[in-house]
Design a protein around this ligand. Structure first.
Ligand code: 5RP
Length: 222
């Protein structure tokens, strides 16, 4: 096991303190959340999960964690998710696992959002991680051209067979190679104004708590 995996595990285990029996819990996507699901199952926590991807739903089924559709619940107590990058203001980039749309819907409908990350994900400014943009396939070439003209270095994400990745909600992903996002809010507004963009992976003002796994656990609160 790599040190990074060990740190992901530490962050995931620390998140258990925020989950109580009877809660409705939003369950994110990715390897860090996968560890969390193992711990929820080991501890036999009696929760109802609202998942953010088919992968997470599948793993819940395997572990016997109850899952309901988001429209079947009137609230979500807490959502625990990973992130690809987190900045000093607790804003983040998500979507490395192509689940950003469902993740954002679940996050926006949660009372509290907690991110679990290993320390390599934390940077003072966002942009080292390519920014995922979920798009509809029609006209994707035009969007790519627009992003190229803006100097965003867009790349259509492909699967192992060389086909465009299709998300759980039937869209494609363009990754923007920005390296340094000096104004995430301004970029978010620009992306939201583009026809064909379904959602972007900038998660601004969403996390209430960030649990950072390293040699020591650091917990940042909003
Ligand atoms: C999926 C995500 C994940 O939360 C993100 O990619 C982190 O994944 P991991 O825990 O495997 O590092 O945004 O769309």
């Amino acid at each position: 096991m790599t040190k990074q995996d060990l740190f992901k595990q530490k962050a995931a285990r620390a998140a258990l303190d925020y989950i109580k029996d009877g809660m409705i819990v939003g369950l994110g996507t990715g390897s860090t959340v996968s560890y969390l699901l193992d711990y929820i199952s080991e501890k036999e926590l009696d929760i109802t999960g609202v998942t953010t991807s088919k992968d997470t739903s599948r793993k819940c089924r395997t572990l016997g964690i109850r899952v309901v559709d988001i429209d079947m619940v009137d609230h979500i107590d807490v959502t625990i998710d990973g992130a690809d990058e987190v900045d000093a203001y607790m804003n983040g980039i998500k979507g490395g696992g192509a689940a950003l749309l469902m993740e954002k819907i679940v996050a926006k409908n949660s009372k509290t959002n907690i991110w679990i990350v290993d320390e390599t994900k934390v940077h003072s400014v966002l942009g080292s991680f390519p920014l995922p943009i979920e798009i509809i396939s029609y006209g994707s070439g035009k969007l790519i051209q627009n992003f190229e003209e803006k100097g965003y270095h867009p790349v259509l994400r492909l699967d192992n067979a060389g086909n465009p990745v299709v998300t759980d909600t039937g869209h494609n992903i363009i990754d923007l190679n920005l390296h340094y996002i000096d104004n995430p809010q301004e970029l978010a507004e620009y992306l939201e104004s583009q026809v064909g963009v379904v959602e972007h992976g900038l998660f601004i003002n969403i996390a209430d708590v960030v649990i950072i796994g390293g040699e020591k656990i650091i917990i940042k609160n909003k």
